[in-house]
Design a binder for this molecule. Structure first.
Ligand code: ZN
Ligand code: ZN
Length: 307
């Protein structure tokens, strides 16, 4: 059985919130661990609306220091304190975020009951920034007006699963079981060999979620990904008709997002971070589907997607 791997969109507008769209924030639930990705204004209110168990969030990933990606953070930190949080909060962010929060801390947060542990994002390619038994999280630099990073959430390949009936039938001793899980054939005391495929089943294929916001078209990202990506979220602030504006502000168009989806073998493409100039987001799907054959979604606040 595969663990839960579910994404909830908390904000999908760029720069300005609208009556229907907050600015960027997402929550990823992997095996009941909750990861917050960016924290635009109003993120905690969205979490209440969409029934996200906010105190369960122990790790926050911040792509870059533009207001539409961080203005929700001080409110979350304050609420955690009021709710009596004691456990550490880990924040993975550009180094300058610490100064921003310290400034607020000096004037407003009198004393926090818990520790914030900062993990500075680094240049120089794709880096492992977090891992647990089931999951690895990587950061990688993209190209925007300020230093910006994307994040990749990648499941680890799990060992093979023992078939209980066979293990009992052949009375396989415990020390052997770990070796069999790792793919070895079993040899009993008389020298009989039992092939691994008879004793185990393969674990599910590891899944991957990639988050890329606020970047110009950056095909070099391809080098960070082998195999396929189950779900790619890619910003598409503009349509091709505003390509000049996209270049000027270092953002992407829907067509460019779709080209990236092709380059990294994405199965599903989620488009978001729309400029408020567009009233009808359906054109984004039309444009992206002219280059990308997989499934394409326009994300809305409150949408959930299975990875
Ligand atoms: Zn933005
Ligand atoms: Zn930005």
């Amino acid at each position: 059985l595969k663990p839960k791997f579910e994404l909830t969109i908390l904000g999908s507008s760029s720069a300005l919130p609208t009556s229907r769209r907050n600015t960027t924030a997402q929550v990823l639930n992997h095996a009941e661990r909750f990861f917050l990705i960016d924290a635009g204004e109003g993120t905690q209110i969205r979490m209440r609306q969409f029934k996200i168990k906010m105190p369960r969030i122990d790790h926050i990933f911040i792509s870059h220091l533009h207001g539409d990606h961080i203005f929700g953070l001080p409110g979350i930190i304050n609420t955690f304190n009021l709710l009596g949080r004691g456990k550490d909060l880990h924040i993975y962010a550009p180094p300058e975020l610490q100064e921003f929060l310290n400034a607020i801390h000096n004037y407003i947060f009198t004393r926090l009951n818990y520790e914030i542990i900062f993990h500075n994002l680094e240049d120089g390619g794709k880096k492992l920034i977090y891992e647990n038994k089931l999951l690895e999280v990587y950061s990688f630099p993209v190209s925007h007006r300020v230093k910006t990073w994307g994040f990749s959430f990648e499941e680890k390949k799990q060992p093979r699963k023992l078939i209980k009936e066979k293990i009992e039938e052949y009375k396989i001793p415990i020390p052997w079981r770990i070796r069999i899980k790792n793919g070895e054939d079993y040899t009993d005391e008389e020298g009989n060999i039992y092939p691994n495929e008879e004793l185990t089943t393969d674990s599910p294929e590891p899944r991957k979620y990639v988050f890329i916001t606020d970047t110009e078209y950056l095909p070099s990202i391809k080098s960070y990904f082998n195999g396929s990506v189950d779900v790619l979220y890619h910003e598409s602030t503009f349509l091709q008709s505003e390509l000049e504006r996209a270049k000027e502000t270092k953002h992407s168009t829907a067509k460019e997002a779709a080209q990236i989806a092709n380059l990294i073998n994405a199965k599903k493409l989620l488009l978001g971070h729309f400029s408020t100039r567009y009233k009808d987001c359906h054109k984004f799907i039309e444009e992206a589907s002219s280059v990308f054959d997989g499934e394409i979604f326009i994300v809305n606040d409150g949408d959930t997607f299975q990875v």
